[in-house]
Design a binder for this molecule. Structure first.
Ligand SMILES: [Zn+2]
Length: 89
């Protein structure tokens, strides 16, 4: 378990999702607008997240979905999870 992202400025950036991603150690100005989702929703414990990677510099972060989806059908956790999975396809 754990992240597949390696942060280093000493190796060329790499996107071998879902096995491995090499990201620069820090984001830059480009990241604010050029981040795109890669892969689907993943789960760590009770938290859901997906990876976002900058098209320009390769900077990658895990984007956690902190809030439950609005009005999940039955109010159950699994319903919320299914709802999210449908959202991202
Ligand atoms: Zn960037």
């Amino acid at each position: 378990m754990g992240t597949i992202v390696e942060y280093t400025d000493e190796k060329p950036r790499l996107n071998m999702y879902p096995k491995r991603i090499v990201s620069p150690g820090k984001g830059k100005a480009c990241c604010a607008r050029k981040m795109e989702q890669i892969g689907g929703i993943e789960r760590e414990g009770e938290r859901l997240y997906f990876y976002r990677r900058c098209k320009v510099c390769g900077y990658t972060v895990r984007h956690f979905l902190s809030a439950p989806p609005p009005d999940p059908a039955g109010g159950q956790w699994e319903d919320g999870l299914n709802y999210l999975l449908k959202l991202v396809g």
